[in-house]
Design a protein around this ligand. Structure first.
Ligand SMILES: [Zn+2]
Length: 453
């Protein structure tokens, strides 16, 4: 232990450290990692000085807790859709130890400091994992961006097309430029739902039970046009921007070129775009409705190529639940149903199941879902197993197969596109700040603010 007294020692025959799988002994004190030693060197050590010793088995891999920067908790205001208690329980059960909450579908939206305070107040006593907040950039509250930034939000979300809720309107091109001019001045991130309103209006509106008709209502060009706008305004303002939930692979070439110019622009995608296939979505199956939509297999292969090449930086859930009635299963109309997929607890096994089939390693999945997300929001002490990092851990059994029972998941409403899917990889235990999270444990999560530990 190199002279450092530990209160917890995890002996892991397999751990993801420094971007690869290796054996290690990870020592923790006061919720932080204080040593990462070679596996053999520490045999018999640890217990002697009173530390709790945890031995992992050969079928388990120690991972850093995942950092999911795209989660809609919806409390206060739409707590029947999801709340902080249920969402953070689901997160913990899925190996996610940090979430950053989106500024919409709660009421109020997080577009003022007062709204942020209201959210923090309701969240504080309930959270089982660490939680930070995004602010919102909407037309009437661009003047609140600086105060929200000072109050510690991790950046600002905006839409370039209808958001689905009337209290969070989109920005027109001039407003978008004004928003990024302001975030650029502050050094804040502007994260963008990049679908172009005009392109969507020109397409036939979503209607009826056929998934193909819904897909046609949100063509790839809507994303490609909006992403072109993001690139142009990022270049013009020198801002820091981020494309949320990329679904259209045809935007990858322009994104790659923009990043090669040196623009501070990152890109995320989601497990449902990378692992679910439009051709397999049944008519009326509105649990698969999300915006942008899940596209076809060829597009999916191109997204994976983009991920492998580093053109997509990371993968987040975009957990966006609702009550079951809003999915309109009785009529199955894609025009009427709420768009959003509940998946917070399933992101890791869903991604790993596809990644392993495509020849990717667990270390890559950790980079996509923990390290890269943490780094983009400045949480450099999360998403990695190294000295000084938070002792947030996942004990993951990558070869264990299981079938998703949606009623057994912890998020509030038993609806998910992943229902009945056969997945590889089971989260056996999650630790936050060196303490295991169990079904009985009291809420031990902390509220995070940008730039502070
Ligand atoms: Zn979202």
């Amino acid at each position: 232990m190199r002279g450092v007294q530990a209160d917890l020692v995890i002996r892991a025959p397999r751990a993801i450290i420094d971007g690869r799988e290796q054996s290690a002994v990870v020592s923790v004190r006061d919720g932080r990692i204080v040593a990462v030693d070679a596996f053999d060197a520490a045999v018999g050590d640890g217990g002697a000085d009173g530390a709790r010793v945890v031995e992992l088995t050969d079928d388990e891999v120690l991972l850093p807790g995942l950092v999911d920067t795209h989660v809609h908790v919806n409390e206060p205001g739409r707590t029947d859709w999801e709340g902080f208690a249920s969402a953070t329980r689901a997160a913990a059960a899925g190996g996610v130890t940090t979430i950053i909450d989106m500024p919409l579908n709660s009421i109020p939206s997080t577009v003022t400091v007062d709204a942020l305070r209201a959210k923090q107040e309701v969240a504080a006593p309930q959270v089982h994992v660490d939680v930070g907040f995004w602010g919102g950039a909407v037309p009437d509250h661009l003047g609140d961006i600086e105060a929200l930034h000072e109050a510690g939000v991790f950046g600002f979300k905006c839409f370039l097309a209808d958001s689905g809720v009337e209290e969070f309107p989109p920005l027109d091109p001039d407003q978008f430029r004004a928003a990024m001019t302001e975030t650029a001045r502050l050094g804040a991130l502007l994260i963008v739902h990049a679908e172009d309103a005009g392109t969507l209006e020109a397409a036939a509106p979503a209607h009826g039970r056929a998934y193909g008709d819904f897909l046609a209502s949100r063509p790839p060009t809507a994303e490609d046009v909006a992403i072109g706008q993001v690139i142009d305004v990022t270049r013009e303002t020198g801002g820091r921007s981020h494309v949320l939930h990329l679904s259209s692979a045809s935007a990858l070439a322009s994104l790659r070129a923009a990043r090669a110019e040196g623009l501070d622009l990152t890109v995320e995608s989601c497990p449902h775009y990378l692992a679910l296939d439009a051709d397999e979505i049944a008519d009326g199956a509105t649990q698969f409705k999300c915006c942008p939509p899940i596209r076809d297999h060829t597009n999916q292969d191109e997204l994976w190529a983009g991920l492998a090449a580093g053109d997509i930086d990371f993968v987040v859930s975009d957990h966006s639940p609702s009550t079951a009635d809003l999915k309109q299963f009785d009529v199955g109309d894609f025009g009427l149903a709420w768009g959003g997929i509940a998946s917070l607890q399933l992101g890791l096994p869903a991604m790993w199941s596809s990644a392993r089939e495509r020849g990717h390693t667990l270390a890559e999945v950790v980079r996509w879902m923990a390290t890269a997300t943490a780094d983009r929001v400045g949480l450099h002490h999360k998403g990695r197993l190294e000295v000084g990092a938070d002792a947030d851990f996942v004990v993951f059994a990558p070869e264990e197969e299981w079938v998703v029972d949606v009623a057994a998941l912890h998020h509030k409403n038993p609806v998910s596109a992943w229902a009945d899917h056969n997945l590889h990889g089971q989260v056996r235990q999650t630790w936050l700040h060196g303490i295991p999270i169990t079904n009985d444990s009291a809420p031990g999560g902390r509220l995070l603010t940008r730039g502070q530990r």
